[in-house]
Design a protein around this ligand. Structure first.
Ligand SMILES: Nc1ncnc2c1ncn2[C@@H]1O[C@H](COP(=O)(O)OP(=O)(O)OP(=O)(O)O)[C@@H](O)[C@H]1O
Length: 246
């Protein structure tokens, strides 16, 4: 039971973006992918979701190789995208029914869980609403509810904190912590390090498409010459300076 990204080189047609990425996440572990705009975080995630084909390397989850068994691989992965993807003609209830169907979930148990999640995000009285009626934050919450409903072994989250109200951020952090405690694997990109560090203790720093360091906050601080008590956000400024000086 592990996510293994081995020697992954990829990107877009004719445009290599990430180079020789090696990452491993075990059950009960979460990894934060951090780096500047354009560093390759979303591109890495698109590869893990099977939306891009690797030029080199392999992605394997619980012994299922993505390129060999894409459907089996994808059933083990839930995704919270940076920009919510909703079907305009489907109600909230129908979106959740779609999640239940596509992941082959037990309907009764899934709806019990869905109601807990909907209540947590104050969407429980909006099951008949269409996406057009939702605010931006509400759309994001629908994606969060769907992903946690799927209850997969790997949860991939792309920049989740921007646009959510503080209550929703706190709930999301609690859900991520609970997923980790339940031996799930979490891969998350974010720029909001102050929130991320409440749930995630291990980070990979991506710079120009390569991983510069994987480690705890202390290890990353020391790698970039920060003092142990420097606020984590200062790391981000330091990354900026490292990039500008290159
Ligand atoms: N669809 C695309 N086609 C071609 N190049 C792309 C495409 N999407 C991203 N890129 C390029 O790939 C590189 C990495 O982009 P990516 O979106 O992975 O960065 P990121 O680290 O997620 O950045 P951000 O913090 O802004 O979300 C950038 O140089 C970008 O211009």
């Amino acid at each position: 039971m592990t996510l293994k990204i081995e020697h992954l080189t990829g990107g877009y047609t004719g445009i290599p973006v990430i180079k020789d990425i090696n990452l491993e996440i075990k059950p009960g572990q979460a990894l934060g992918l951090i780096g500047l705009n354009g560093a390759g975080k979303s591109t890495t995630i698109k590869h893990v979701l099977g939306l891009l084909r690797p030029q080199k390397g392999k992605i394997e989850l619980n012994d299922v190789v993505l390129t060999q068994q894409p459907t089996k691989f994808k059933k083990q992965v839930a995704y919270i995208p940076e920009t919510p993807v909703l079907y305009p003609e489907l109600t909230l209830k129908e979106h959740l029914e779609l999640t239940i169907l596509s992941y082959g979930l037990d309907e009764k148990k899934a709806w019990e869980r869905a109601h807990e999640l909907l209540k947590m995000f104050r969407l429980d009285d909006k099951l008949d609403w269409l996406p057009i009626h939702f605010s931006k934050g509400m759309r994001q919450k629908v994606m969060i509810v769907s992903a946690f409903l799927a209850d997969t072994s790997l949860l991939v989250i792309d920049e989740p904190f921007t646009g959510l109200d503080p209550l929703a951020v706190a709930n999301l952090i609690d859900l991520i912590k609970k997923a980790i405690a339940d031996q799930k694997m979490v891969l998350m990109t974010t720029h909001v390090l102050a929130d991320a560090q409440l749930a995630i203790s291990n980070y990979a720093v991506l710079n120009n498409g390569t991983i510069e360091i994987v480690g705890s906050l202390d290890e990353i601080r020391s790698h970039y010459g920060l003092k142990p008590d420097d606020p984590f956000d200062k790391l981000y400024l330091t990354l900026n300076q490292v990039d500008h000086h290159e």
